[in-house]
Design a protein around this ligand. Structure first.
Ligand SMILES: [Zn+2]
Ligand SMILES: [Zn+2]
Ligand SMILES: [Zn+2]
Ligand SMILES: [Zn+2]
Length: 483
């Protein structure tokens, strides 16, 4: 741990412990919006490969892949990636080769992440590959496992997975109980690796990043550049403050956020948003985000359960909506959105999926508050499908419908808000509305240069688009001036 402390000291950070929360990461100088606080390469990582999608094991690329000719389990984009991985994959490859061919199909990404963890640990202890201050097994040992909080069913599953890992590796010194505990550590500590547009690519363990605690109103954001995890300040963080990121989608009501955090990360959040649970403002906010709309279409009031329990009463105009009527629409929405619509999307039937989601949207506009998150999510799905269908005009309409809700549910500097402005700008650009595109792209850059920096290929492309839009707008203005 001393190694880690001194390596963090060089980055103006330190690890400390807080009684209720355990370890935390503190700043030892001021950090400003957009500044990188810390970045880390994964200790181990694995692409989320499945039967429908395959990625290179090292760089996560999807193009020109060849699988390892010895085990046929792992894929590479070329010899550079394959060679760089060989010291580690050699042991995994031997293990796979001993396994029946049909059994190799059952090696999931989580199993592989665990195999890689044990292989890296072994190679580091044998000094085949170097240990570093921020990349060694001691840091993995220090991660929380929450074993006493896990239910029986989950424990049985971890034990079965640990047995499978043991069966694949066949190392005499291996400790099955410890592997099960490590699966529990993965569940609370591993990160989903996403591309710049926040689409999931894989899973990685970043033991130093894992020290950073959660807040529903964080001062920092975690994004990935390739497979390295980068934490940037989104606010001014004074010297001596705790660095905080969000582990979850923060758009939900306090109850929803707390439920997700408890189920997935096994703790109760006490951030400034969560301590307000039960206060009037929080009740109002939850009723807007996840509650029903007023019977009067022109009223934007929020509804709370009426005193007689028979319905929901608008807090603005006093109109009451009948419980049975709400139940009926809610059941229809549930059936369509949980069963029928996902089936259509997964079969690639975009046009029919759009019609189905539009039916859901129609029902939700009758059911939910105009700023409802579920309505926003439905419109986002329609937007993505319309983009796949290259229906830019309608996609732009949907994008514009979501933006006021994004602005309401996310802080001003949030990657999802920046990305939504970017989508809007790209669509306006395609449709030839350069002036609007320039406005949207400017907003996108204002947010994303802070959350994403300016050096990645993704950001370079955005900045170039902004320049093009700027040039075209000033050219058009000059033309009209000359006339
Ligand atoms: Zn590669
Ligand atoms: Zn292999
Ligand atoms: Zn919270
Ligand atoms: Zn009303």
């Amino acid at each position: 741990m001393e190694d880690l402390q001194s390596s963090l000291k060089d980055r103006n950070l330190s690890v400390s412990t807080i009684t209720e929360k355990g370890r935390c990461l503190l700043t030892t100088r001021d950090f400003y919006p957009g500044e990188v606080i810390i970045s880390q390469e994964p200790y181990v990582c694995v692409p989320n490969n499945s039967t429908v999608e395959t990625r290179c094991d090292v760089c996560f690329k999807t193009s020109s892949l060849k699988n390892c000719s010895a085990c046929h389990v792992v894929w590479y984009c070329g010899s550079t990636c394959q060679k760089s991985d060989w010291k580690l994959h050699r042991l995994e490859c031997e293990a796979f080769s001993r396994l029946d061919k049909d059994k190799r199909k059952f090696v999931t990404p989580s199993i592989r992440l665990m195999l890689k963890l044990y292989i890296r640990r072994k190679l580091q202890s044998e000094e085949v590959i170097p240990r570093t201050a921020t990349g060694n097994y001691n840091l993995v040992e220090a991660l929380v496992a929450h074993m006493s909080d896990i239910d029986e069913k989950q424990l049985v599953l971890y034990a079965q997975m640990a047995n499978l890992v043991n069966l694949i590796l066949r190392w005499p010194e291996i400790n099955i109980k410890e592997i099960a505990e490590n699966f529990s550590k993965f569940a609370c500590n591993a990160h989903t690796i996403c591309d710049s547009e926040l689409r999931p690519l894989g899973t990685g363990l970043y033991p130093v990043i894992s020290i950073i605690n959660h807040s529903c109103l964080p001062n920092s954001v975690l994004v990935f550049e390739g497979r390295s995890a980068v934490v940037r300040a989104v606010q001014h963080i004074p010297n001596g403050s705790e660095v905080l990121i969000s582990y979850i989608e923060t758009a939900g009501s306090s109850m929803t956020r707390q439920k997700v955090l408890k189920e997935q990360y096994l703790f109760t959040c006490t951030c400034p948003r969560c301590v307000k649970v039960g206060q009037y403002d929080d009740i109002r906010e939850s009723a807007i985000l996840e509650g029903y709309r007023c019977k009067n279409e022109k009223c934007d009031g929020f509804l709370l359960r009426a005193a007689d329990g028979k319905g929901f009463e608008c807090q603005e105009c006093g109109l009451v909506r009948n419980k049975e009527e709400i139940k009926k629409i809610a059941a229809e929405v549930k059936l369509l959105s949980e069963d029928k619509a996902p089936k259509l999307s997964s079969t690639g039937n975009c046009q029919e999926a759009v019609s189905m989601y539009k039916m859901i949207e129609k029902l939700q506009t009758k059911l939910c508050h105009p700023f409802s998150i579920s309505l926003m999510q439905t419109r986002d799905k329609i937007l993505k499908l319309l983009m796949e269908l290259e229906n830019w005009r309608e996609a732009l309409e949907y994008c514009k419908l979501t933006i006021p809700v994004y602005q309401r549910v996310y802080p001003a500097i949030h990657p999802l808000l920046g990305l939504q402005y970017y989508t809007c700008g790209k669509l306006e650009w395609f449709l030839g509305d350069t002036e609007e595109a320039l406005k949207s792209l400017t907003k996108a850059v204002d947010v994303l240069r802070i959350t994403h920096g300016t050096n990645t290929p993704f950001m370079k492309e955005l900045l170039m688009k902004l320049e093009e839009a700027r040039a075209e707008v000033s050219y058009n203005n000059k033309q009209s001036y000359d006339e």
